[in-house]
Design a protein around this ligand. Structure first.
Ligand code: NAD
Length: 497
């Protein structure tokens, strides 16, 4: 069985520790590889390599950095299938879904290819007599990324192409459940001509995360994962003086108005709730049916839920694969039971699928109606294929419900009214909003980020905010005095002449 090792200074690096953990194939419910978990010394070795590489990477021209991103982008195209297979086999999602993830991540590399344009500074001529002023941005140094299991390539790609193109060097700590994609990405960067030490991977768990948070050589941390860990990372990194953006969990609502096309809405709700077995931070998990929309909508979503084909992600006919671990499956099954006990109506019961696929970590798509806001099936992020339907009487009530939720990652409204759409987008306390678009993940040239408990920090990720996060500004005021000029030096605070 293969053991994944770290990638430091342009080569595989056998960590000093002996702690290994299994990497599962969720469709089989069996280990397929192991990964070595980093010690604090392994993290230190990665930061050392990144620090050494940073001095010359900073001196590398912005056009050369951009060319490496172009080469890396081409390799991601060539290796799309291989990456999709690795992702599907470790995560469980279907191959097509995994390909989609590779493409959406690659778009961030395409954005980073434009780094010469993105890093253009600003210039003012003659801010005072004979004085000009310009500003430009410089990289932070060594930056780190800590990423979740559910997008093994896309979420890390939200971070490192932008950070590296800006002139930083990078230490990635991917989820220990899905190490394969990051290992391949490290090799592709090397093939693209990225100098050794600019991109490093340390596999690990909390020990590695703590070492990153404590390390004085790391200037900034980008984190994506669950809310409790996001809060922990934000507090830890802030305490040690680092810049930090920590994206957390979610409970995304889709509000369905009675004037919506209910067939269209039902198609999209099933796709958004059950795609990737509901393990997307932008998955819809709460449907808020307004007024008379509810009964017809539930009927239509039920039809679609029942028709979904569940199976191994590698089977081309599969529409929904397993969840990532046995513990996830058990947690999801437990939540369905809690909803039922609390009085909700289980319309389609995913528990029936458990055990149908051998030892694989399967739970079927589940639709639960008549859910109220005090039930755990609503209050908690289940992170599985469970759609909870809540019923309200008006748009105002729907908006209040969305805003009372502590998460604020994504939300959507299904409507045929421009006025409803405009009211909704202006009043919801949520970072990413879809109008008849259930999974409104911003394109790479916009930034991605939620509000409230879905993001701790000041910057969203990738896009223009990504460039701002990974750089700091300088403003230069310049004068070239003629030798015979009156110097105009004065003890008063200088003002424009
Ligand atoms: P997770 O929080 O368990 O793990 C994320 C990372 O933190 C991993 O690298 C993991 O090794 C590390 N980690 C886990 N527990 C830790 C601890 N106690 N101390 C320090 N580090 C720890 O998340 P996950 O289960 O891998 O991913 C699913 C979660 O990520 C969901 O909550 C989902 O909503 C969220 N997510 C959010 C976004 C977003 O953009 N907001 C995107 C993807 C996933």
């Amino acid at each position: 069985m293969r053991t994944y090792e770290h990638w430091i200074a342009g080569r595989q690096h056998r960590g000093e520790g002996d702690r290994l953990t299994d990497v599962f194939d969720p469709a089989l419910g069996a280990p397929q590889a192991q990964v070595r978990l980093a010690t604090a010394n392994d993290v230190d070795a990665a930061v050392g390599a990144a620090t050494q590489a940073q001095a010359s990477w900073l001196q590398t021209s912005v056009t050369a950095r951009s060319r490496i991103m172009f080469a890396f982008r081409e390799l991601l195209v060539q290796h799309e299938d291989e990456l999709a297979h690795v992702i599907s086999s470790e995560h469980g999602k279907t191959l097509d879904d995994a390909r989609g993830e590779v493409v959406r991540g690659r778009e961030v590399v395409e954005f980073a290819c434009g780094i010469p344009q993105l890093l253009k500074g600003e210039f003012n001529d003659q801010v005072s007599g004979g004085v000009d002023s310009h500003s430009f941005r410089q990289p932070l140094g060594v930056v780190a990324g800590i990423t979740p299991f559910n997008f093994p390539i896309m979420v890390p790609l939200w971070m490192h192409p932008v950070a590296i193109a800006c002139g930083n060097t990078f230490v990635l700590k991917p989820s220990e459940r899905v190490p394969g994609a990051s290992d391949l990405v490290a090799r592709l960067y090397a093939q693209a001509g990225l100098p050794d030490g600019v991109f490093n991977v340390v596999h690990g768990d909390r020990t590695a995360v703590d070492a990153i948070l404590e390390h004085p050589g790391i200037a900034a941390v980008s984190f994506v994962g669950s809310t409790p860990v996001a809060r922990y990372v934000h507090e830890g990194a802030t305490r040690t003086g680092k810049r930090v953006q920590a994206l957390g969990g979610a409970k995304n609502h889709a509000v369905v108005m009675p004037d919506a096309d209910l067939d269209f809405a039902a198609d999209h709700l099933a796709a958004a709730g059950y795609g990737s077995a509901g393990q997307r931070c932008m998955a819809i998990s709460a449907v808020v049916a307004v007024g008379p929309a509810a009964d017809t909508l539930v009927d239509k979503v039920r039809e679609r839920t029942r028709a979904l084909k569940v199976g191994a992600g590698s089977d081309p006919d599969t529409e929904m694969g397993p969840v990532v671990t046995q513990a996830s499956r058990d947690r999801i099954v437990d939540y369905i039971g809690q909803g039922e006990s609390a009085g909700a109506k289980v319309v389609v019961d995913g528990r029936e699928v458990v055990g149908e696929h051998g030892d694989g970590f399967f739970v079927g798509p589940t639709l639960i109606d008549h859910v109220s806001t005090d039930m755990s099936v609503y209050t908690d992020e289940i992170f599985g294929p469970v759609l909870a339907v809540l019923r309200v009487d008006s748009l105002d009530e729907a908006i209040e419900l969305v805003n009372a939720n502590p998460y604020g990652n994504g939300t959507a409204v299904f409507t045929s009214s421009g006025e409803v759409a405009r009211t909704f987008q202006r009043r919801v306390s949520v970072g990413m909003i879809g109008i008849n678009v259930p999974v409104p993940v911003p394109m790479a040239f916009h930034s991605f980020g939620g509000w409230k408990d879905s993001l701790f920090g000041d910057h969203h990720i990738h896009g223009p905010d990504g460039v701002r996060f990974y750089t700091q500004a300088k403003v230069v005021t310049t004068r070239w005095p003629h030798v015979s000029e009156n110097s105009l030096a004065q003890l008063n605070f200088p003002t424009a002449q």
